[in-house]
Design a protein. Structure first.
Lengths: 192, 361, 403
């Protein structure tokens, strides 16, 4: 079981990102559950979504408390302790930013691997809007074995059908290749 | 009037000794112009044996409305009833006075239930079956107000008839949002000669209905059964949300003699306190002018619910205020206009009755 | 076909497959996605023969369904929490009039204080309304139960409520298998005829029944209600035959055979409980009993499931003020005289997540035989102790001032 937690602000498509990730895993024949942390948040407020991925059917619906992977779509949230809380030792933090991370964050995530990707820049270039989710998933595919980039692309085409599909697919691909090159990551060559 | 011109003497006036046009049955009136109630084969959707008080205005009105609606729909009619007098005195299990399909759910939801019935009929291809909803003033204007407004706003295909006796009569004459100024009720009692409902106006149901812009709104009373039947028939010729507000005196609650319901209803219109009107798509298109104007006192005196305005002393201030209300209503709807060609000996019913042709034998 | 769907959308699709005639709904979190999806299906033409009413309150949604069902239409709505209470009068009315219809309750806490998150306080507050009450353990079960609910409603001539944990299930995006239209049609034939509003055969529905007959009318209603215990397994068997899927019956059991302790629960917590039980020491012999049908209460099935257990622990996702229950009260009554202890464990109120960690702590206490009659499992003791001390101090000061 791999537990993922995605952070962002209301209006940035955090729930959509979670659903696309779950759909991508489903496409690969795995079991996946995406759940938003629900509330009455308005746009701009911090929101989170959880994704569980497993080769076995997922019976539980409790929230992810100790994620293996934390994805942060908005770097301004890093000042909130809850954003990296519970990230397992050996886990992965993936942050949307073009800057290097503050020392405080690196200290809080000692023992975990940290990757940054300029998802907003990529999205703006490919889609024309700052919708970083697909790019984040492309990067995720590059640095973890959770999901294949082809599955992410298939999920994007299914879930984000419309005007921006091509742009979003381009964002996934660019982020995947950029991140892969930058970190020489752990992407699986094929589904296990 | 005929005159014998063949003789040399002055013609004798011939007087016809039949009752006037306001009667339900008039054997000298053409069949096509008689009221539904004059027909021995009338549907009698609300039939005899019910447990209403003697002289109940609501029972009379409902009987007239049901039969006119049945006739207008060729008997393809279903009825939804709110909790209240009409429901209670017609459905004492295991008996029922209803010969039409009849559904009673709750006090405040008759408009919504009727909307659901209409929706079901439409979607299952039975839009030819028409829906009539009925409720009292309390069930319609107070506890059912939200569902009434919703039905109006959606323009659901329902004719809603409110029988207004101006208080919660079924439960013992408590005041409602339709109780008129100064009226004594069990919850606006008269103590030491003073009291009754305050002078704020009752909810103006017809104007509230008009404000929703629905296809048809009308008022009527039990004093003119032709007019009531005509308005029901006209409403049944339309689709969408339609509202009919009928004044129905309650001898028990109003403290009037049990044979006075029709007379009091007529006085209500002749004083201007209850205007007779029709509105289409939110605008008034017709009103019935007052033929014989009466002062409000003539209407108030026979009702013990207004007795405190006359004894032990006359309450001139309140009486003047009520008269001013009546004057305002008359002015608003121009009920004192003289543009009818009066013909007092032989009043014909409205022309529209013949035009619609519906509902009459 | 297996697909990845949000729970709400899966339920909406299942309802659509049941060929509803009238859907009438008022929005309230967390039910909104269900009714929004249904309105999309209707307005896009995917549901011909269905009309969608946007009403002005939940009281109106239930009331319009009363009218629709009384006219013979297959009727559906969804609500939660405050909405369920606002329509309460009409909910009782629908059951009393014997009107088939189905309603989804997206379980949410009742205010005050206002709280939009998941617990089962809403449906528990209405457990005596006369509806059949079913609880889905996951979104697959939610899909299956809605189809079975329509069939059950038709056969019983009673309304049926399908409860599913709000947000936790309604907003979970996961895999479900939706039945095909053919499979649903096999389980859900056109409804049998019953007395409805029809000019060809006038009936009076909703008469006033006095003291001389009311008792008998209600006794017969209770008999009809309890017949769901016989019918639901039959409908489930039909559903299994049509879909090849073993659908829920009155209860679902996990490791209850030979169990020493059985934990009883309703809804989504059952999934977490099953995971937790798998992680326990085998020697503890803990089983899980999920109640799918809560009203009528399946006393026989409960007794059979806990046959071997010494200890029964009831996880309550609602709080019955002033008593121990509500579910524990029903369980205890079913087991009265059998000498077993039944404990109430309150947790997960107002959307507080019931996590594996919390459930492990519970089973640790069970293993230590350290379980009181009633336990608030996830309560912050420090906070309430401080508040109770503060209140007591205020009372003492007031007393001093008075004397």
């Amino acid at each position: 079981m791999v537990d993922v937690r995605i952070h962002g602000r209301g209006g940035q498509g955090v729930v959509t990102t979670a659903e696309v990730l779950a759909l991508a895993c489903f496409v690969e024949g795995r079991h996946a559950q995406a759940v938003p942390s629900f509330g009455s948040e308005r746009t701009g407020a911090p929101v989170a979504a959880f994704v569980r991925v497993s080769d076995q059917p997922i019976r539980s619906h409790d929230p992810v408390e100790e994620p293996d992977i934390v994805v942060v779509q908005d770097a301004t949230l890093l000042s909130l302790p809850s954003v990296v809380a519970g990230l397992r030792p050996g886990g992965r933090l993936l942050v949307n930013t073009h800057r290097s991370l503050p020392a405080a964050v690196l200290a809080a995530t000692a023992g975990r691997t940290v990757t940054t990707v300029s998802a907003s820049a990529i999205a703006t270039r490919c889609v024309g809007r700052d919708v970083p989710g697909p790019a984040m998933l492309g990067a995720l595919a590059a640095v973890t074995g959770v999901v294949l980039v082809d599955s992410v692309i298939a999920a994007v085409q299914d879930r984000l059908a419309g005007r921006s599909t091509a742009g979003n697919v381009a964002a996934v691909t660019e982020a995947f290749e950029t991140t892969l090159a930058a970190v020489g990551g752990e992407a699986r060559a094929s589904a296990t | 009037m005929t005159a014998d011109t063949t003789s040399g003497t002055a013609p004798e006036p011939v007087r016809f000794l039949q009752v006037g046009s306001l009667a339900a049955g008039n054997r000298l009136v053409d069949l096509s112009l008689r009221a539904v109630q004059a027909d021995p084969d009338r549907p009698s959707g609300l039939t005899k044996g019910h447990r209403a008080c003697r002289g109940c205005g609501e029972a009379l009105a409902a009987r007239v409305v049901l039969d006119a609606a049945s006739r207008a729909s060729d008997g393809r009619l279903v009825t939804v009833n709110a909790t209240g007098c009409l429901e209670v005195f017609t459905s004492p299990y295991p008996e029922s006075a209803w010969k039409v399909p009849w559904l009673h759910s709750l006090f405040g939801n008759a408009p919504a239930v009727a909307s659901g019935v209409a929706a079901a009929l439409h979607v299952t291809g039975r839009a030819d079956v028409r829906v009539l909803a009925q409720g009292g003033d309390g069930g319609t204007l107070d506890i059912g107000f939200g569902t009434l407004s919703g039905m109006f706003e959606r323009n659901d295909d329902v004719l809603y008839v409110c029988y207004d006796n101006q208080a919660y009569m079924n439960t013992g004459v408590q005041r409602s949002g339709a109780t008129p100024p100064a009226a004594r009720t069990a919850t606006t009692p008269v103590v030491h000669g003073h009291g009754g409902k305050d002078m704020r106006p009752a909810k103006d149901a017809p104007r509230i209905a008009m404000a929703h812009g629905i296809p048809y709104v009308a008022t009527a009373t039990v004093a003119d059964l032709h007019d009531l039947e005509a308005k029901v028939t006209r409403a049944m010729g339309l689709h969408g949300a339609r509202y009919l507000h009928v004044l129905v005196p309650c001898p028990l609650g109003w403290g009037s003699a049990s044979d006075e319901a029709v007379r009091l209803a007529r006085l209500a219109t002749q004083t201007g306190l209850f205007p007779l009107l029709e509105a289409v798509d939110g605008d008034v298109v017709a009103t019935t002018p007052i033929r014989h104007r009466e002062p409000v006192e003539a209407y108030l005196r026979p009702q013990r619910r207004f007795a405190h305005l006359f004894a032990p002393e006359r309450d001139e201030q309140v009486l003047a205020a009520i008269q001013a209300d009546a004057d305002r209503t008359i002015a608003r709807y121009r009920l004192d206009r003289d543009d009818d060609a009066p013909d007092d000996d032989f009043d014909l019913p409205d022309d529209d009755l013949a035009d619609t042709g519906g509902g009459l034998p | 076909m297996r697909q990845q769907r949000e729970g709400s959308q899966a339920v909406a699709e299942a309802v659509a497959l049941c060929r509803p005639d009238v859907v009438s709904a008022y929005p309230i979190s967390p039910q909104t996605h269900i009714v929004e999806h249904l309105s999309r299906l209707v307005l896009s033409g995917s549901l011909p023969g269905c009309t969608y009413l946007n009403v002005e309150s939940e009281f109106a949604s239930m009331s319009t369904l009363i009218g629709a069902s009384a006219t013979g239409a297959r009727s559906y709505t969804a609500t939660a929490s405050q909405g369920l209470l606002f329509m309460a009068e009409a909910v009782f009315n629908a059951a009393g009039l014997g009107l088939p219809m189905v309603m989804t309750v997206a379980n949410r806490a009742i205010g005050a204080p206002i709280n939009i998150w998941n617990d089962q306080g809403d449906s528990m507050a209405m457990r005596d309304c006369g509806w059949v009450q079913l609880y889905a353990a996951d979104n697959q079960e939610a899909v299956d139960l809605h189809v079975m609910a329509f069939r059950l409603a038709d056969e019983l001539e009673l309304p049926v409520m399908v409860c599913m944990d709000g947000f936790v299930l309604t907003h979970a995006f996961e895999e479900v298998e939706l039945p095909t239209q053919e499979q649903v049609d096999a389980v859900l034939p056109p409804p049998p005829t019953r007395p409805v509003l029809d000019p060809a055969a006038p009936v009076t529905i909703g008469a006033m029944v006095g003291p001389e007959a009311y008792t008998e009318v209600r006794y017969l209603a209770d008999r009809r209600h309890r017949d769901a215990l016989r019918l639901l397994p039959l409908v489930a068997a039909d559903y299994a035959r049509a879909t090849g899927r073993d659908a829920a019956g009155l209860v679902r059991t996990y490791s209850c055979e030979g169990a020493d302790t059985v934990v009883v629960a309703l809804g989504s917590v059952l999934g977490t409980l099953s995971d937790v039980v798998d992680q326990r020491d085998v020697g503890e012999r803990v089983g899980v009993l999920g109640l799918t049908c809560y009203r009528p209460f399946p006393a026989d099935a409960v007794r059979a499931a806990v046959r071997s257990a010494r200890r029964i622990v009831v996880v309550e996702r609602s709080l019955a003020l002033g008593e121990d229950g509500p579910v524990a009260a029903d369980v205890a009554r079913a087991l009265a005289g059998s000498g077993r202890s039944v404990s109430t464990v309150v947790c997960g109120l107002g959307g507080r997540p019931v996590t594996s960690a919390v459930l492990h702590r519970l089973l640790d206490r069970v293993a230590r035989d350290d379980l009181p009659q009633r336990l608030f499992l996830d309560l912050d003791r420090d906070v309430v102790d401080r508040e109770m001390q503060r209140t007591a101090a205020l009372a003492r000061r007031a007393e001093e001032v008075r004397s």
